[in-house]
Design a protein around this ligand. Structure first.
Ligand code: NAI
Ligand code: MG
Length: 359
């Protein structure tokens, strides 16, 4: 078996954290005799500096030729004064849509060693939190018609919310498919008491659920879901929702686990192809200083092993190694509890070695 990846390091701390994730991938693949081919391409500010545009055609081609993409982060003050169409962030949105990625997956888990870093009390998170938020990425009010108009001398703004049945079916299938690899529970979040879009959403998700009789489905209104996430997060397994509600709930859920440097994500489309990246940005304030926490990127690489390559043992070894690392030392972004403070490289090196030992 050989894994073909396209690697987009991006800007700021991007190259430092990606380097450690690649080191971990090499270690676990090496331990199991799995081949790893890496093709590097430019994205964001790095691409602007070299080619004048944030997403060169060559980058899209290299990503399409790969089985998965590993991405650091893009952006920084150097490019802030550029017009919006030419800014690094444009590259990020562009690559996701060029690759047809419509499902954004964000795990919200609590590593035992980081319980004290959670903003929630110990008795709330003590039961163990392991949520996968699945957010639809390409529809909803963000992609409806946006307008402003005047009526009787009064200015109005208007954004149209909508989802088609096929759009809902495909994201629902992603959620149910994931649940099968987890605790077999899906919570679908909508506002069906008020919105017609949500009523179509609820009917459609309910129908798709019949294809997955081994997975339990519940529906929640979004306001209740927001409350339940902080009241009793342990009740959730997979949580699926549209673009707007998912934007908010995924941020809310991710904060349960405490540190931005720990949060991984995946963007999936049809089939196993995926783009994997930490949710944080390029952290220009600490770039080049060896202070960046590489664990979000390393955990994103673990998601890649699990979801694109169906190598759960390798993914599990990486996740266990991250957990062990957190009990041993910390990067400066996480409260230390008296543990030694490691550099980006030391953290990556530990995880790589430990994960390989576990296999
Ligand atoms: P940021 O996530 O880059 O940084 C926020 C704070 O968290 C900073 O204090 C930073 O030092 C810290 N931080 C972030 N990741 C860390 C890590 N792995 N280890 C330790 N500390 C970490 O968000 P900010 O400052 O709003 O944006 C900086 C740049 O990143 C901007 O140009 C922004 O547009 C871009 N950005 C890019 C994203 C992406 O590529 N997906 C997402 C968010 C922002
Ligand atoms: Mg957001």
């Amino acid at each position: 078996m050989n894994l073909n990846l396209c690697v987009l390091e991006g800007d700021g701390i991007g190259p430092e954290i990606v380097k450690e994730a690649v080191r971990v991938l090499r270690a676990v693949c090496g331990a199991r005799g799995v081949g790893l081919s890496l093709d590097y391409a430019l994205l964001g500010g790095a691409a602007i500096d070299r080619t004048g545009v944030p997403l060169p055609d060559e980058t899209v081609e290299k990503c399409r030729a790969a089985q998965a993409v590993l991405l650091g982060a893009v952006g920084g003050p150097k490019w802030d004064s550029l017009p919006s169409g030419l800014r690094p962030e444009k590259g990020l949105l562009g690559i996701r849509s060029a690759l047809g990625l419509y499902a954004n997956l964000r795990p919200a888990t609590i590593f035992p060693a980081l319980r004290a870093a959670s903003p929630l009390r110990d008795e709330i998170v003590g039961a163990g939190v392991d949520i996968m938020v699945v957010r639809e990425l390409t529809g909803d009010v963000y992609f409806g018609e946006h307008s402003r108009f005047e009526r009787d001398g009064v200015l109005h703004g208007r954004d149209i919310m909508g989802y088609s049945v096929p759009e809902i079916e495909r994201i629902a299938r992603v959620a149910f498919g994931l649940a099968r690899r987890r605790d077999r529970r899906v919570t679908s979040v909508d506002k069906a008491n008020v919105l017609e879009t949500s009523r179509v959403w609820r009917e459609t998700v309910t129908r798709v659920a019949e294809e997955f009789p081994d997975v339990a489905l519940t529906h929640l209104y979004v306001d209740n879901a927001a409350m339940q996430l902080v009241r009793d997060p342990a009740q959730f397994d997979v949580l699926v929702t549209g673009n707007l509600f998912g934007d908010i709930l995924s941020d809310e859920a991710s904060m349960i686990s405490g540190s931005i440097g720990m949060l991984a994500s995946a963007s999936l489309g049809d089939g196993p192809f995926g783009l994997y990246e930490p949710i944080h940005g390029s952290a220009p304030d600490i770039a080049g200083q060896g202070k960046a926490n590489p664990l979000a990127t390393i955990l994103s690489a673990a998601m890649m092993l699990r979801y694109t390559f169906d190598l759960p043992e390798l993914a599990g070894a990486v996740e266990q190694a991250v957990s062990d690392a957190l009990g041993t030392a910390r990067t400066p972004d996480i409260r230390g509890d008296g543990l030694p403070v490691w550099t980006t490289e030391q953290m990556g090196g530990f995880v790589a070695q430990r994960a390989a030992e576990l296999l």
